[in-house]
Design a protein around this ligand. Sequence first.
Ligand SMILES: [Zn+2]
Length: 79
Amino acid sequence: MSSLREFQCEICGLVSENPTRWFVIECGDQKLSVIKWDLTAALSPTARHFCGEAHAQVYISRWFESICTPPPRHSLRTL
Ligand SMILES: [Zn+2]
């Protein structure tokens, strides 16, 4: 198996094979967690990847805004 892994920033689409200064965000309806780059966290199926603080903040802002709008009809929960 190849050990090469690429991650893509959710905001700008930047791809990196060694994103050591990136951030991982895990979020749900009630909680959002920001994690300094950690491969284990990054490989979680629910993890989102950001190339830096600025883009992590873009996502966090969207998440805050989403609290104020009604949730979509289809459920976000697939588990
Ligand atoms: Zn980015």
